[in-house]
Design a binder for this molecule. Structure first.
Ligand SMILES: [Zn+2]
Length: 87
């Protein structure tokens, strides 16, 4: 059975399948601060989610989903770290 068939079958029975993502923890900010704000929402855009550090204001690129926003945050932190090291 393919995923599409499974979805169709679930729908027939009144269920909706949703993909479960592995839990991703947010990397600490470049400033070392660990409290990162929950996904924030830009008004009315298609890529509404992003994270921002509560201390220094470092923010990640916006993403379409909360899951993607986490990945983006980690990516942005890592890139910023590398840039710092190379500077
Ligand atoms: Zn910070």
């Amino acid at each position: 059975m393919t995923i599409e068939e499974l979805k169709a079958e679930a729908k027939k029975h009144g269920y909706k399948l949703t993909k479960e993502y592995p839990y991703i923890s947010l990397a600490p900010c470049v400033c070392g601060h660990k409290k990162i704000s929950a996904p924030m929402i830009y008004g009315g855009t298609k890529i509404p989610y992003f994270h921002r550090c509560n201390k220094c204001g470092f923010s990640s690129e916006p993403a379409r989903t909360k899951h993607e926003a986490k990945l983006k945050w980690n990516e942005c932190v890592e890139n910023a770290r590398k840039e710092k090291e190379n500077a």
